[in-house]
Each structure stands twice: as structure tokens, then as C-alpha cells.
Design a protein around this ligand. Structure first.
Ligand code: NDP
Ligand code: MG
Length: 390
């Protein structure tokens, strides 16, 4: 009999202080014999990072904001934890050998470079950071293929599709159906949206998430980014990706096969489930999360997304169809516009105007190199920032 215990999977948690990061640490906390946190990173939140480091004892922590380095260093003095700081340090940590899987949970474009380093380093990726694939999906997936690195989706819709595809390797996908909750403004029209405030837009009906993705959910940009993410993850043509609004968020997405059969993955909305599925794949871990009860939520409803009101989704579909550097430009403009909205500098509907104008302005490149993606991102950011005089 083999009495040897399976070695623990060493997780490098990039963005450990965020919504996904803290939930991933909950999963690790509940499964100490399966996982350990080897690397933790934060941008500004030094206090939580230190608290996490004391609890989980990683070998390395990174604080992105270099001004906070000394505070973190002092708080962890006497522990054998390497403290790194600054943007480049994220890449240094990602290139470290001492971990098995990166959980990519940084928000936005900032997640791209560290994730590319981890792939280059031959590490498996649990991908929450959808912007990585939106910006440079072709290059990221190609590199992962070359390095034989699995990219395991954490985004709930993509985890659902991934779960539906288990055991179907030889069966082509006819189409996928991405479900969308519709966000806090489902059914609203522009005359209402023009007045919505930051606090209201941050209140998602079904999910508790970081600020940026909460706004993206309210504008439906999140679903657009997810369509592009799905294209790269599952190697689909744009016309194979359909969005359906499903306000209860019980069906997390579906796959339709060539015989017309549809598989769905269901459950209560709880990001810990896709997080632990990616971390433990191909195993499923026992947990005590609340279960979906058909008697309690007995109506599951579906409707078309309102592309005329939620124009961000229409812009994302245009970027998905045209490809090239357009998704990268869309993403950069969206990050700037959401940043401005969160600081009450522009109104809710201006987010779309900023993105549309930036997409029209930055030169189209059909097959960008990685450097051209970086440049397009920079160009789109400065154009969008100038537009709103940031
Ligand atoms: P949060 O804003 O809650 O957390 C973001 C994390 O990234 C924090 O640890 C933050 O550090 C760090 N961070 C922020 N900016 C930078 C930067 N410039 N460089 C390095 N690190 C940075 O985001 P979420 O957890 O909500 O989302 C993370 C990613 O996961 C996003 O791409 C999102 O789209 C995706 N996702 C999230 C879901 C959710 O339910 N939250 C669901 C599906 C996908 P600090 O705390 O110090 O600021
Ligand atoms: Mg999602």
C-alpha cells in the first residue's frame, strides 16, 4: 500500500488581498493538507498582506507600491519571508521556482506580465484575471501551448464551460451560452443610467466582487470581456459565443454540442467553487458551502441582453469580431473610464463614450506582436485619459 501523502500544491496567489485572493485563501485555509500559499502579492493593502503572510507563512511576498516596502519588511522582520516591492518584482516572483500554480487574481492589465512570466516558467495558471486574455489572448494561449502549461479558468462562466467539457475532448462545440446576471441595472434605460452613482453601480445583486469588475458587471462590459476570454480559452469563432441574461445566476454557463445536446453547470453563486475547482483539478473537493435547492429558487428565467442600452457589450462584440489590437484598446479605455467613474469624474454613460472614441482613434493592427499590444495599451490609455482630462 502506498502510504506516502500527496505533496501539497504550492499556490502563488497574485492579488491575494482582493476579492478572489481572499476567497482563495479561504479555500487554502480549509484544505491545509492539499494546498499551501507560497507567494502572496498586493498593490497597496500592506496591512492585509502582512496579516496574510503571518497566517500563511509564504516564502515570498510582493508589495506593488514600493513606498510601502519598509512597512511590510519591518512587520515581517524575524520571519523567513522574502519581501519584494515594485512592479518588476511581480515578474521576479512569478519567475521563482518555488510554487506549482499561479492563481492570477490581480485586476486589470497589470496581471498580464506576471502571468506571462509564470507561463514562461512552466507553471500552471488558475486564471481569474480575464484581462490577460482580452489584451493578448493569442500570445498567451500560444505560449501556454508551447510550454505545455494548463490554463484553468476561475471566472465562473468559463469554469462552468470547462466543467461541461470534461470527458468531451473528441466532441466539437457547436456553441457556448454564457449566462449574465444582467447586473444591478437590468431592465433600466439610458434616461435612468445617466444619473446612477458609484455606490449604486457597485451593488451587484448576486456576487460580491472588487470595484472594477462590479462596474464592468453593471455596464455589461464584463460579459463582453468574458466573450473574448472564452474565444481564446476554448478556441471558438465569435459566432459560436452567445450571451443570455439569466438573473438568478444559478446556471453559470452552458455548452451546446453538435447533436444539439446542451450541458449546463449549476450551483449557487459562490466564487469559492470555481476557485477550488481550478486549484484541485481534476479532483473535486468536499466542502460545506450552501447547496442550491430547486424548491427555493424554482424559477430560472432567460432573456436577450439589451445591447442598445448597454452599449459596452456591443463594443466588446465588435472588438471580438474584428480582433487584432482592438480588444486590447477596448480594455485599456475601459480601465481608464471605470477608474474615472469610480472617482466621480465622469458619469455612467460616459464610460461607453470614452471607449467608443478610443477604439475609433487608436490605429488598428491586425496581428500585433506582444510589444505592439503593450504599445496599443499605452496609446489607448493616454488617449482616454486626455479625453476625460484625467
Ligand atoms: P480586487 O480589486 O478585489 O483585487 C485585486 C487584487 O489585485 C488586489 O490584491 C490588489 O491589491 C491587486 N492589484 C490591484 N492593482 C494592481 C496592480 N496595478 N498591480 C498589482 N496588483 C494589483 O479584484 P477582484 O478580486 O474582484 O478581481 C481580480 C480579477 O479576477 C479581475 O481580473 C476580475 O475580472 C477577475 N474576476 C473576479 C471575480 C470576483 O468575483 N471578484 C469573478 C471573476 C473574475 P490591493 O488590495 O493592495 O489593491
Ligand atoms: Mg464571470
Amino acid at each position: 500500500m502506498n502510504t506516502q501523502a500527496t505533496p501539497k500544491k504550492r499556490i502563488a496567489l497574485f492579488g491575494s488581498t482582493g476579492s478572489i485572493g481572499t476567497q482563495a485563501l479561504d479555500v487554502i485555509r480549509c484544505n491545509p493538507d492539499r494546498f499551501e500559499a507560497s507567494i502572496l502579492t498586493a498593490q497597496h493593502n500592506d496591512e492585509l498582506l502582512v496579516q496574510q503572510a503571518i497566517e500563511f507563512n509564504p516564502h515570498t511576498v510582493v508589495i506593488g507600491d514600493a513606498n510601502r516596502y519598509q512597512k511590510v519588511k519591518d512587520a515581517l522582520a524575524g520571519k523567513s519571508i522574502q519581501v519584494l516591492a515594485g512592479e518588476k518584482a511581480l515578474e521576479e516572483a512569478a519567475s521563482h521556482d518555488g510554487y506549482d500554480m499561479m492563481l492570477a487574481a490581480i485586476v486589470g492589465y497589470a496581471g498580464l506580465r506576471p502571468t506571462l512570466c509564470a507561463i514562461e516558467n512552466g507553471k500552471a495558471i488558475g486564471l481569474a484575471n480575464k484581462e490577460t486574455l482580452v489584451v493578448a489572448g493569442d500570445i498567451v494561449m500560444q505560449k501556454a501551448f508551447q510550454k505545455r502549461v494548463p490554463i484553468l479558468p476561475v471566472d465562473s462562466e468559463h469554469s462552468a464551460i470547462f466543467q461541461c467539457l470534461v470527458g468531451e475532448t473528441r466532441n466539437p462545440i457547436e456553441k457556448i451560452i454564457l449566462t449574465a446576471s444582467g447586473g444591478p441595472f437590468l431592465g433600466k434605460k439610458p434616461n435612468y443610467l445617466v444619473n446612477v452613482k458609484r455606490e449604486h453601480a457597485l451593488q451587484h445583486p448576486n456576487w460580491s466582487m472588487g470595484a472594477k469588475i462590479s462596474i464592468d458587471s453593471a455596464t455589461l462590459m464584463n460579459k463582453g470581456l468574458e466573450m473574448i476570454e472564452a474565444k481564446w480559452l476554448f478556441n471558438l469563432r465569435p459566432e459560436q459565443i452567445q450571451v443570455v441574461v439569466h438573473p438568478q445566476s444559478i446556471i453559470h454557463s452552458m455548452v451546446q454540442f453538435q447533436d444539439g445536446s446542451i450541458k449546463a453547470q449549476m450551483g449557487l453563486p459562490d466564487m469559492k467553487l470555481p476557485i477550488q475547482y481550478a486549484m484541485a483539478f481534476p479532483q473535486r473537493i468536499v466542502n460545506d458551502f450552501p447547496r442550491y435547492d430547486f424548491k427555493k429558487v424554482s424559477t430560472l428565467s432567460f432573456e436577450e441582453p439589451d445591447l442598445r442600452t448597454f452599449r459596452n457589450l456591443a463594443l466588446a462584440i465588435e472588438a471580438l469580431q474584428k480582433g487584432g489590437n482592438l480588444p486590447c484598446v477596448l480594455n485599456a479605455a475601459n480601465e481608464i473610464a471605470v477608474f474615472a467613474f469610480l472617482r466621480n469624474r465622469i458619469n455612467f454613460l460616459d464610460i461607453t463614450n470614452v471607449i467608443e472614441k478610443t477604439m475609433a482613434n487608436v490605429a488598428f493592427i491586425e496581428q500585433p506582436t506582444l510589444q505592439q499590444y503593450f504599445d496599443s495599451d499605452g496609446e489607448a490609455r493616454s488617449f482616454a485619459a486626455d479625453l476625460i482630462q484625467l
